[in-house]
Design a protein around this ligand. Structure first.
Ligand SMILES: C[S@@+](CC[C@H](N)C(=O)[O-])C[C@H]1O[C@@H](n2cnc3c(N)ncnc32)[C@H](O)[C@@H]1O
Length: 244
């Protein structure tokens, strides 16, 4: 469904740009044509309230198609690019969370929380390439860190980065299969769409007194114990929830 919506935006933007170009010859210039099409596609995406991460995809889609067609690239390159993108973004087309990386400041703050909580076990739900889980595991060697990630390429990178860390486990699995009761602190950087189901499972399974930290996206109908505004490049906000 998200993919169909995205394709509809692209197609509509292309049609409108063709119609404009019919009446205004300046739009025959490839750069103006491409600028107009991608701006309209972004506008459509915002109008139908697609998540913000679709914006760069809409902006780049047709210009990249154009560039690839003008270059004489061997056909197998296209296949290789599709395979690599699929291995990185895995479930994104079905509406899953895409890969965005947390900053090192996020990892530092999560480490401080883990020390304060005297945590023994920690999970990163959707660990990506281990941007949070790896520095945490290095800083706190007595902490057991589980990095749940189901997209193959980020998982392999996280596995490789953690290969010498005895307290680090990369799991290539859906984190909904995890037992959240095993953890003292859980961290997640997901999406607004994923939050209702994740927070339901967190509240159902995590033990009383443990801590859930959600980066960037708050849980609905749940008062955070604290909210931290970081001054990293993304101006990350961390929402910290104490399990009752
Ligand atoms: C926004 S990235 C965050 C990466 C990392 N936690 C960080 O902070 O840098 C979200 C990751 O969650 C993964 N993901 C989404 N849903 C998942 C699920 N149900 N099980 C495992 N991984 C999932 C995606 O593949 C993506 O790599």
């Amino acid at each position: 469904m998200p993919l169909l919506k995205a394709l509809a935006c692209q197609f509509l933007a292309l049609t409108i740009t063709f119609l404009i170009a019919n009446g205004l010859p300046i739009f025959h210039h490839p750069i103006i044509f491409l600028l107009s099409q991608s701006t309209l596609a972004v506008g459509g995406s915002i109008l139908i309230r697609q998540p913000m991460w679709w914006i760069p995809i809409h902006l780049l889609f047709l210009p990249l198609v154009f560039i690839f067609f003008t270059l004489t690239i061997p056909a197998w390159w296209y296949l290789a690019i599709v395979i690599v993108m699929t291995l990185i973004f895995w479930g994104t087309i079905r509406g899953d969370v895409p890969l965005f990386l947390s900053s090192k400041e996020v990892a530092e703050v999560v480490t401080i929380f883990l020390e304060q909580e005297k945590a023994n076990r920690f999970a990163d739900l959707g660990a990506g390439v281990g941007s949070v889980a790896i520095p945490v595991a290095i800083e706190l060697p007595n902490l057991k860190v589980d990095a749940w990630e189901r997209a193959p390429l980020p998982f392999l990178i996280s596995l490789w980065r953690g290969k010498n860390l005895e307290n680090y486990k990369a799991l290539r699995e859906n984190f909904f299969n995890a037992n959240f009761a095993d953890y003292d602190v859980i961290f997640a950087f997901l999406s607004p769409a994923a939050m209702p189901e994740v927070s339901k499972k967190i509240r159902r399974e995590m033990k009383s007194g443990t801590l859930f930290i959600s980066s960037s996206f708050p849980a609905q109908n749940w008062q955070p114990e604290s909210i931290l505004h970081l001054s990293d490049f993304r101006k990350t906000v961390l929402y910290c929830y104490r399990i009752a």
